[in-house]
Design a binder for this molecule. Structure first.
Ligand code: FES
Ligand SMILES: [Fe+2]
Length: 434
């Protein structure tokens, strides 16, 4: 597909369905979007000590993220330099070296070839013939402990890429009394039969909750949760999903360059814990005040950000300490990893709520998430039909307002500006020279 025909797919208030269904476009996306953009890999706490590692993907590339003995984080392509087998199968762990299961070639945590069987059987040392070892991803960087990498040797710096979205990461980290967060409590993985864009388009979509989540709103309204019950935080979210239009219309929604966006002024868990007069929140606030002072803590707690989208592969909720990474598998197949974070120095109750939120709202068996997945699959199937070639994205168009730091604010919180912004970034990646 040439650049001209790609340009015709994204228009001011509509997008061609091929963007979600064409396998050829999907291949191009892996190359031009996932092969170029900075992708969120995870968090430094997942590789806290030398030898720690986890495996992930960058588009189609299988990836190992490790902490080398010198303390640096290395991002390696999980492909044996001998005959191409994946070298590491474990999701995470700690190791001194990676041993390929095929012929036993062994690599250090920096990817360098450390040993192989029958080394004398080669005309010149094997390490020379294979450029040293496992291939390294050309660019690796971190922001406030969050790890990023890019498969492209050149491109915007991470700071340029993130732009004003950095404030969402700041918000995430500043909420921790010790000024640090860490991944804790494992990972939820879920898959759906739909395009990877559908989940990112949904996370700032404030019109869908009352419809898609109707059954869990109904259940939450029917049965008030007992004070302090495990699911309390999740049930609050279900009730929130049934909020009147006025609430959604007044929610803040900002978009920035490179396809990023975030929602704010939505609702916050301080109300949850405070409403229960639970000592945990007062304890948390006091701990935060010890680091930031009274005003500083009030400023941090007053920043009510909801979903932040890091286009093209991540969405996170600083208030609820959740982060999701989106892995495109095929044009109609996506896998999402959901992580919970602990605010260092916060009472354990805060983390319990984070895990409960994850179980009830973002987890694999959640009565909320499953409805989103169902609607992604219905959308994918509908987009495969030939009734019309266009997806309409006109809500709020023409009314979005320029705001500080080069952002655009949705005319209201229900604007589809975040989707138009993602597709503008999509077009830029897909049609850029190289
Ligand atoms: S493919 Fe890895 S050792 Fe042969
Ligand atoms: Fe939803």
């Amino acid at each position: 597909m040439n650049v001209q025909s790609i340009k015709g797919l994204v228009q001011a208030d509509r997008v061609h369905r091929a963007v979600y269904t064409d396998p050829q476009l999907f291949e191009l996306e892996l190359d031009r979007i996932f092969g170029r953009a900075w992708l969120v890999l995870g968090h430094e706490s997942q590789v806290a000590h030398p030898g720690d590692f986890f495996t992930t993907r960058m588009g189609r590339e299988p990836i190992i993220v490790t902490r080398h003995t010198d303390g640096s984080v290395r991002v390696l392509v999980n492909r044996c330099a001998h005959r191409g087998a994946r070298v590491c199968e474990a999701a995470d762990g700690t190791t001194a070296e990676f041993v390929c299961a095929y012929h036993g070639w062994t690599y250090g945590t920096d990817g360098r070839l450390a040993g192989l069987p029958l080394p004398e059987g080669y005309a010149r040392p094997a390490a020379q013939s294979i450029d040293g070892g496992l291939a390294r991803v050309p660019r690796v960087d971190a922001y406030r402990g969050f790890l990023f990498a890019s498969l492209a040797a050149h491109g915007p710096t991470l700071a340029e890429f993130l732009g004003p979205l950095r404030a969402s990461f700041d918000d995430f980290v500043e909420r921790a009394p010790e000024g640090e967060v860490e991944v804790a409590g494992g990972v939820f993985k879920h898959a759906y039969r739909g395009n990877w864009k559908l989940v990112l388009e949904n996370h700032n979509d404030t019109v869908h909750p009352v419809f898609v989540h109707a059954s869990s709103i109904w259940a939450a309204r029917r049965e008030p949760t007992a004070e302090g019950a495990y699911s309390e935080i999740g049930v609050r979210q279900m009730l929130q999903n049934g909020a009147p239009w006025e609430v959604w219309e007044n929610t803040g929604l900002w978009v920035a360059g490179h396809g990023h966006s975030w929602m704010a002024d939505y609702h916050d868990d301080s109300r949850l814990v405070a409403a229960l007069a639970h000592p945990a929140f007062a304890e948390y606030r006091a701990a935060l005040e010890r680091r930031l002072g009274r005003e500083g803590a009030a400023r941090v707690l007053g920043e009510l950000r909801w979903n932040s989208i890091v286009y093209p592969n991540c969405s996170f909720m600083s208030q609820f300490r959740q982060l999701r990474i989106v892995h495109p598998i095929a044009v109609d197949r996506t896998v999402v990893y959901a992580y919970s974070f602990r605010l260092k120095g916060a009472p354990e109750r805060m983390f319990r709520d984070t895990v409960a939120f994850s179980n009830v709202v973002n987890g694999t068996a959640s009565p909320v998430l499953t409805d989103d997945l169902e609607v992604y699959e219905r959308t994918q199937e509908g987009l495969g039909a030939r009734g019309s070639d266009w997806v309409f994205l006109g809500r709020g168009q023409g009314g979005d307002l320029p705001d500080r730091d080069g952002t655009l604010r949705g005319r209201t919180g229900t604007s589809e500006v975040h989707i138009r912004n993602q597709l503008a970034a999509w077009l830029e990646y897909m049609t850029a020279e190289s």
